[in-house]
Each structure stands twice: as structure tokens, then as C-alpha cells.
Write a protein that binds this ligand. Structure first.
Ligand SMILES: [Cu+2]
Length: 293
């Protein structure tokens, strides 16, 4: 029996190693065939793989130790039954080692990931110069204090409402204002932004807590009632990505599926101009309500 238990406990670390070895090539770990679609996402994946390596080494080590102890501790013959039992009262040194070593590993992970976290979440660490360059390239008329966001995304039960800045009478793109403007442009469940450059949105919610989730870009940010949260990301390719809600927000949570279209900057501007043509006339919002007045 001792061989059975010994092999049983050694089987799992071997299986774990095999899975860790083949999983990346099958894209099992992550959405988007396992490859992040944004530069920051690639660094987040690297953090995952680093933590996976640490936990794998720990798991394999403890399982092998367990197998070894089972092998050594097993009784060899029935005569051994008459042997006196031996009790261990623990080992102070060992306890210190297995407390201090994990503490240092956790401290290392905490410090190692700080830079990625800061660039992801701390506004002063956002690539703001590159964002300004995008806004300049799409010809936005902005002063230094205007928002860097190209769209405001408002979650509500159960859809994503998107507000873009509109155009002035000369056809220049305006900056996004904190409050809705008559020239603003609107869309639902369809977020268009330039690809291959960092872009920022302002995230809000109209009712409960939602979560803005671009799985393939590794972007996930809660939308919290009462807060306007800046979120930035950069799509590596001009293509469509799924945009989901990652917070169980009510019965229709599953329906909060939208698309994020990353496209070249001129295509993005054309998209806004199309919205402008549909929704505005000489800077005055169209619609039945107002035409009756
Ligand atoms: Cu939701």
C-alpha cells in the first residue's frame, strides 16, 4: 500500500507540471487564445506566470516531501506493529523557515507588481503624453485642462451607454466635458476608439455596481455609483473585442455584452462624423421632442 500512496501523492505534481507545460500553447490560461491584446495586458500575464511558477515549485516540493514521508514512515512488516510509537512535538527552526520564506515571497510579489499596478490604476502614471498625441492627431480642439478621455462609458441595468464629444460648426472635434453637451454623440453597446495607442475613457454607472471588462486586453474596472473612474488601455490590433460586465448586477447581467471596436484613427473620426450626421443638425440635437417645440 505504501507504494500506492506514495505514487498517488507524486502523481498530482507531475500532472501539474504537464498542464503548466502544455497550457500556454493551447491558450488555456487566458482569453484571446492566451495572448494579451494590449502591452499592459502582456505584463499582467507575465505577473500571472511568475506567480504560477512560484506556486508550482511550492506545490511540487510539498507533494514530493509528502510522498517521501509516506514512503519512509510506512510500516514494513507486521512485526513493526510492536514498535513503540514516536511523537514529534514540532520543530521550531522549521516553523520559522516556513513562515519567513513565504513572507519574503509575498513581499517580493507585492513590490514586483507595483509598477504595473501604478501604470494601470494611478492616473499620474498613465501614459498621458501619448494620450495627448492621439487627441492631437484626431484634431481635437482642447485646452490643457480638458479631459484626456475620448468617451464616457456609463453602465446601467443592462447595457453600456457611450457618450462621445461632438464637433463644432467648423467640424473640429470638441473635448469631452464632464456634463452632457448639446453637441455630444451617443451610442449603446458599441464602443469605438483608436487602436495602437493609449486611449482613456471615463467610467460611470447609473444604478448599481457594474464592472467594465475587456477580457482580451486584461482590463477590468468596477463602475461604482457616484464615482467617475478614468480607465485607459491600448489595443494592439485594429479589430473587434468583446466588452462584458464582470459584476453580477441583476437578472439581466448576462445581457451586458457589447463590443469594443479598435480601429485606425481616421476610421474612428469617420465613425464620429457618421454619428454626428445622424444625431445633430447645425450643432442642435435632433429628435422628435425638440422639433415639436
Ligand atoms: Cu452589469
Amino acid at each position: 500500500m505504501k507504494w500506492f500512496w506514495c505514487l498517488f501523492f507524486c502523481f498530482w505534481p507531475i500532472l501539474a507540471l504537464v498542464v503548466c507545460w502544455v497550457a500556454p500553447s493551447y491558450g488555456w490560461w487566458f482569453p484571446g487564445d492566451g495572448v494579451a491584446a494590449s502591452p499592459l495586458g502582456e505584463r499582467i500575464d507575465d505577473l500571472f506566470y511568475m506567480i504560477l511558477a512560484i506556486t508550482t515549485v511550492t506545490f511540487v516540493g510539498t507533494q514530493i516531501a509528502l510522498g517521501y514521508v509516506l514512503f519512509k514512515g510506512a510500516r514494513r512488516t507486521d512485526e513493526d506493529v510492536n514498535e513503540k510509537a514516536w511523537f514529534s512535538h514540532g520543530s521550531h527552526e522549521l516553523e520559522v523557515i516556513w513562515s519567513v520564506v513565504p513572507a519574503f515571497i509575498l513581499l517580493f510579489i507585492a513590490l514586483y507588481q507595483l509598477q504595473v499596478w501604478a501604470e494601470y490604476r494611478v492616473k499620474d502614471s498613465f501614459p498621458q503624453d501619448q494620450m495627448r498625441a492621439v487627441l492631437k492627431r484626431v484634431g481635437q480642439m482642447r485646452s490643457e485642462n480638458d479631459s484626456l478621455a475620448l468617451a464616457e462609458v456609463t453602465a446601467r441595468q443592462f447595457e453600456w451607454r457611450i457618450r462621445y464629444p461632438g464637433f463644432d460648426k467648423e467640424g473640429n472635434l470638441l473635448p469631452l466635458m464632464p456634463d452632457p453637451q448639446p453637441t455630444d454623440l451617443y451610442a449603446v453597446n458599441d464602443l469605438h476608439l483608436p487602436a495602437n495607442a493609449p486611449v482613456m475613457i471615463n467610467l460611470k454607472t447609473q444604478d448599481v455596481q457594474h464592472s467594465f471588462f475587456l477580457p482580451e486586453l486584461r482590463v477590468k474596472q468596477d463602475a461604482v455609483p457616484g464615482l467617475v473612474i478614468p480607465v485607459w488601455f491600448q489595443a494592439n490590433n485594429a479589430q473587434e473585442y468583446p466588452l462584458l460586465c464582470a459584476e453580477l448586477c441583476g437578472w439581466g447581467h448576462y445581457k451586458m455584452k457589447a463590443r469594443f471596436v479598435a480601429e485606425p484613427e481616421d476610421a474612428f473620426l469617420n465613425y464620429l462624423r457618421e454619428l454626428h450626421a445622424e444625431q445633430n443638425y447645425d450643432g442642435v440635437r435632433g429628435g422628435d421632442d425638440e422639433s415639436e417645440e
